[in-house]
Design a protein around this ligand. Structure first.
Ligand code: EPZ
Length: 432
């Protein structure tokens, strides 16, 4: 099992290129099966989640050609089944996007029910509500969702809860339904907008993505497209927070600053200087961060996927900060690991009361999930001494070359799977 060995105490300095947005890619790769024409998608992040989803897509007969590390060409003209294997759902929850895509195109989809996960209950009732509103029958049999519709008809759908996944899934199912669909209380995340733009580039008729009312006029057919995925605002935010926690000076390149506005605002409140360029943002951190208050909210509020990272940074601020998690019910599991590094954080009913400490100290820690894993790496980078981060498979689900990008900013981080390999890599580094 791969791990990271990190020797903390170095400030991060320099420029890092941000990759394509994982959560946009998962939606867009799924939607690409809705046409029989070839589709070329660029800026696909080379992370475990996207690679596993592409395997799931290939498993139903789609031809997937990797033109280069970040470009795929998909040919869905010979799909053989509308059934996703259980193994793929176990490895990637977002396989459930295949329901919206296959139901929308073929009127049928069989996809295993997504399992639980480490950040809380992940209901899908709003997804199913949307499919039914469009005229599909939805059965749960032997652990799978079986959605079927002889004919999908547009409808007026009011989401009981703002849900990124449900908005994305229903948008895909509705874009080839006959008639008009309105999705009220829709999610407004950048990756929802990116999917709408991609579907429109294939001939769909979707308006209002990015607002809480999305209007869709169904079309009988979608054609091929060449499309480039937006930059990953969570990857960018993670590096910005790493700069803040290590009192560094980091510029994230290939970003859309508007997508980072809430993260930027919090960094400024915490005492950082932030400079915005057309496609880059520079964070210059103070020696000591100031306190601030954070509540995670749907976009454009502060993103829940950036909650662990800011909690780690504020754990080193002067004074007491408050971080409230309003999206998921169990997203503070990493605090136990952080406490072992010297953090002073009390979590009570979804709110973390953070008393800033002078420093963290290195420890052996385990990544409980994707974003918390990245946050614990930030803590290790800021800590005195050596840390070993275990279970980095979670981190590699959503961060491409995370260790190499951090190393390019001055971090002392080594990925290894055995003590012997670590010793060799360290000797080699000393030799260089
Ligand atoms: C997406 O998950 C992201 N995943 C998550 O990122 C992200 O944390 C989340 O949106 C919120 O921004 C992908 O895009 C693949 P939701 P999703 O539906 O769609 C409840 C990462 O780190 N809900 O917006 O599952 C749900 O339980 C991952 O990249 C229902 O009650 O999130 C949660 O409390 C982690 N019923 C809240 O809504 C439903 O039918 C928001 O969930 C759907 C959701």
């Amino acid at each position: 099992m791969d791990k990271y060995a990190i020797i903390g105490g170095q400030s991060l300095n320099g420029t890092v290129e941000i990759g394509g947005a994982k959560n946009a890619a998962l939606a867009i790769l799924s939607a690409a099966v809705m046409t029989d024409d070839p589709v070329i998608i660029e800026n696909v992040p080379d992370v475990r989640d996207t690679m596993v989803l592409l395997q799931a897509i290939e498993s139903i007969g789609v031809k997937v050609e990797h033109r280069d590390r970040h470009t795929v060409c998909m040919d869905s003209s010979h799909i053989t089944a509308c059934i996703i294997d259980d193994d793929f759902m176990k490895r990637i929850r977002a396989s459930y996007y295949m329901i919206g895509a296959l139901l929308g195109k073929y009127g049928h989809a069989e996809v295993p029910l997504p399992g639980g996960c480490n950040i809380g209950i992940r209901a899908i009732d709003q997804h199913l509500k949307g499919f039914k509103a469009l005229g599909a029958t939805v059965e749960i049999e032997h652990g799978s969702i079986i959605a079927h519709a002889e004919h999908l008809t547009g409808n007026h759908i009011f989401m009981d809860k703002v849900s990124v996944g449900a908005t994305i899934n229903v948008m895909m199912a509705a874009c080839m339904a006959s008639g008009k669909t309105t999705i009220e209380n829709a999610a407004k995340e950048p990756h929802v907008v990116d999917l709408a733009n991609f579907l429109n580039s294939m001939g769909a008729n979707i308006k209002g993505a990015g607002t809480d009312v999305i209007r869709i006029k169904g079309v009988p057919k979608l054609h091929g497209s060449e499309y480039t995925i937006i930059p990953d605002q969570i990857e960018a935010g993670t590096f910005m927070m790493a700069a803040a926690a290590t009192h560094g000076d980091v510029t994230v390149k290939n970003v859309i600053p508007k997508h980072l506005e809430c993260i930027t605002a919090k960094l400024i409140e915490a005492g950082c200087r932030v400079v915005e360029y057309d496609d880059a943002v520079r964070v210059i951190a103070p020696e000591k961060l100031s306190t601030t208050q954070v509540k995670t909210l749907p976009y454009p509020g502060y993103p829940t996927d950036m909650q662990p990272q800011i909690t780690v940074a504020l754990g080193l601020a002067t004074g007491t900060s408050i971080v409230t998690e309003s999206i998921f019910d169990n997203r503070f599991k990493y605090v136990d690991e952080l406490t072992r590094m010297g953090a002073s954080i009390k979590v009570e009913s979804g709110t973390a009361i953070i008393t800033g400490v002078e420093k963290y100290t290195g420890a052996v820690i385990a990544a409980p999930d994707l974003r918390a894993g990245a946050a614990l790496v930030i803590a290790a980078l800021a800590a005195d001494g050596e840390s070993i981060v275990e279970d980095i498979k979670y981190i590699e689900r959503g961060y491409e070359d995370f260790d190499l990008k951090l190393e390019s900013l001055g971090a002392d981080i080594t990925k290894f799977s055995s003590e012997n390999e670590l010793r060799k890599k360290r000797l080699k580094a000393v030799g260089n």
